[in-house]
Ligand binder design. Structure first.
Ligand code: FE2
Length: 321
């Protein structure tokens, strides 16, 4: 599988020291060091974010590489994150997912095994676990209580990375359990806002909702205008270089799907567009792994692990042209 990865480092910006506002109580003036790793195969962006003072760090949305043609998994992308952490003298405290991804496997389980760091995701993941347990007809022995993660975050919950305060915003729409992590002057907004020239994420997966996505986006856009926003994907429109960092100000001014829009126009636009999109190629495979905390299904009697594909469960979905 092609897995070219681009990397970019966002330098600390001390000017934010005076720009933190009470509206973002978590924004204590810290400007974390953020490194994004773009996975060309899936368009997803993984992050290593570090407290510049203590050098404690978190990984956000790590990818476990998967080749659907051969059924092979590998850890090249996740290992690259670990090498980066080691090379920069960081200590890993957290392995975070913003939501259960539909386009790639999460490497949270692998990274937990390798490092012992704590895993976390939004608490409404349990609703998605229940929903998808039914789609997959999983046995009752499969837990749907979120016990696959060390921590389930509620809206406005706080935790720390080193000395850096992290604020969790429940941000449903793309999925019902999506969260945004606000760390100092940076917010990891996953699949809500893409780069301004790409617009917004789809909201038609089971549990997704275009109206909720609009409201989530409005909430994110209430953050201070110079907040650095880090997106979960970039599909390089018109072949431009991969990019994943914007600001609240840039999104307010230029986002393709928000310009001259109100809630009802956005819902119409988003719903019509989603109707034309085929389901992500890996959705039915990925959610089995990602709703288990990034763990592959347990081995069967022959020692092999298998994925299950429910047939004719989404008959309304668009087909690839
Ligand atoms: Fe997603």
């Amino acid at each position: 599988m092609t897995n070219a990865i681009f990397e970019s480092v966002s330098a600390a910006r001390p000017d934010h020291l005076q720009l933190a506002s009470p509206a973002t109580a978590a924004n204590t003036g810290v400007s974390p060091d953020v490194t994004g790793f773009h996975d060309e195969a899936t368009g997803s962006v993984q992050y290593v974010v570090a407290d510049p003072v203590t050098r404690k760090s978190a990984i956000i949305d790590p990818v476990l590489d998967f080749d659907p043609r051969s059924g092979s998994t590998r850890t090249t992308s996740a290992d690259r994150l670990l090498k980066h952490i080691e090379a920069h003298g960081l200590t890993l405290e957290w392995i975070l997912d913003t939501h259960p991804h539909a386009d790639h496997f999460s490497a949270a389980g692998y990274l937990k095994d390798m490092t012992g760091a704590s895993t976390g995701i939004g608490e409404r993941v349990v609703e998605m676990q229940r929903l998808w347990k039914a789609f997959y007809n999983l046995p009752d022995s499969v837990p749907v209580d979120g016990s696959q993660w060390d921590r389930l975050f509620a809206d406005e919950e706080r935790f720390t990375v080193g000395e850096m305060d992290v604020r969790v915003l429940l941000s449903p729409g793309h999925t019902l359990s999506s969260v945004t992590y606000v760390m100092g002057n940076a917010a990891f907004v996953h699949d809500t806002l893409f780069m301004p020239d790409s617009g917004t994420a789809r909201a038609d997966f089971p549990g997704g909702d275009a109206r909720q996505l609009w409201r989530t986006i409005q909430r994110i856009l209430q953050l201070p205008s110079d907040t650095r926003l880090f997106s979960g994907h970039d599909y390089r429109p018109n072949g431009r270089n991969a990019a994943w960092e914007s600001t609240v100000a840039a999104q307010r001014a230029h986002n393709l799907h928000l310009k001259n829009c109100d809630e009802s126009k956005f819902v119409k636009l988003r719903t019509e567009r989603d109707r034309s999109l085929p389901m992500p190629a890996l959705m039915l495979s990925a959610l089995q792994v990602n709703l288990a905390g990034g763990r592959l299904p347990p081995p069967e009697s022959d020692g092999r692990r298998y994925l299950k594909i429910p047939l004719n469960t989404f008959p309304q979905a668009s087909w690839v042209a």
